[in-house]
Write a protein that binds this ligand. Structure first.
Ligand code: PRT
Ligand code: ZN
Length: 289
């Protein structure tokens, strides 16, 4: 650990770069970042950010060249490095999927027996077919996997899909999903055994978890007649109990609480039905539980 600083590797220039940089910034880390940088030093935290190709990140974390890394779960599933996953970061969502040409007669995985599959994820693909006892011929392609069926090289492909527009553009349809993926935070196992480093990693994790929890909640304020308070309390599965303050209008109160994103609209509908009004909703910046 040079200068007592922890090292974190992130993607230099790709799909995860922008969201990773913005996630780190929303965790309160201050640093400069621009395309030509090899690394940035945080001004307000003992952390150095190293910019590398995503394919190298898990190797760097495994070897201890860096302590932490941010990479897609898909690469972890494919490379299976000896690293410890610390957090799912809730961005970079995609799935590794098996697809065939739209006009192909193939409808199930079994029908691919003895066929050729093109992919940049040969290990994940091999594991998937082996598990089902289906023999296939896997060819590794570095880029533009989606054009291999048109070229007559493969009967099917296994590739990452997010919006599905690349598949649609190449007349391909998904027949099965191998797994879902998102950006994850990795750590070198030895760094997690080093007392000095774990102290800093723990501090960083509190920040990261604060940002991630905040994403799952909305802050709500509303006015309501005092007699419906017990019902409102039941309707809001908030953190603890809501904050209540009296209003100038006698018999009315203002209620403040947080609502989980996944039950947000159901809860708001319930509150309206119960008689809550002037419902104000705000994003939560950080939530330290
Ligand atoms: O240069 P470097 O090696 O660092 O980057 P890279 O080109 O190898 O990777 P990059 O930047 O493309 O992807 C980095 C990570 O982003 C991946 O490892 C995934 O974890 C994540 N991710 C999320 C994706 C996608 N979504 C994605 N859609 N990675 C790639 N794709 C590709 C996919 O391969 C296909 O070509 O986008 C196309 C499909 O996209 P849709 O939206 O048309 O379905
Ligand atoms: Zn790459």
């Amino acid at each position: 650990m040079i200068n007592n600083k922890l090292k974190l590797a992130i993607q230099k220039n790709g799909r995860l770069t922008e969201e990773t940089v913005s996630f780190l910034r929303s965790s309160g880390l201050e640093f400069e970042s621009y395309q030509q940088r090899l690394f940035s030093t945080c001004r307000n935290f003992p952390l150095e950010i190293v910019y590398v190709r995503d394919d190298d990140i898990s190797d760097y974390v495994e070897s201890g060249a860096v302590d932490l890394g941010v990479v897609g779960q898909n690469l972890i599933n494919e490379i299976r490095p000896n690293v410890k996953k610390l957090l799912n970061l809730r961005y970079g969502f995609c799935s590794l999927s098996l697809a065939v040409p739209k006009e192909s007669t193939i409808k199930s995985v079994k029908e691919l027996e003895n066929k050729t599959i093109a992919t940049s994820y040969p290990s994940s693909t091999e594991y998937f077919f082996k598990k089902q006892n289906i023999k296939v011929n896997i060819i590794k392609i570095k880029g533009s996997v989606e054009i291999t069926p048109i070229l007559g090289i493969a009967s099917a492909i296994v590739d990452l899909v997010s919006t599905g527009s690349t598949l649609a553009l190449n007349d391909l349809r998904i027949i099965e999903k191998l797994y879902d993926s998102e950006a994850v935070l990795l750590a070198n196992p030895l760094s997690l055994k080093n007392e000095k480093k774990t102290k800093i990693i723990d501090k960083l994790l509190i920040r990261f978890k604060g940002v991630l929890s905040a994403k799952n909640y909305k802050y709500v304020m509303m006015n309501a007649p005092i007699q419906i308070l017990p019902k409102i309390k039941k309707a809001i599965p908030g953190l603890k109990s809501p904050t209540i303050s009296p209003l100038a209008n006698p018999g009315w109160i203002s209620i403040q609480s947080v609502i989980k994103e996944d039950v947000f609209w159901q809860t708001i509908e319930k509150l309206k039905k119960l008689g809550a009004s002037d419902i104000l909703v705000l994003p939560v910046e950080k939530l330290i539980i």
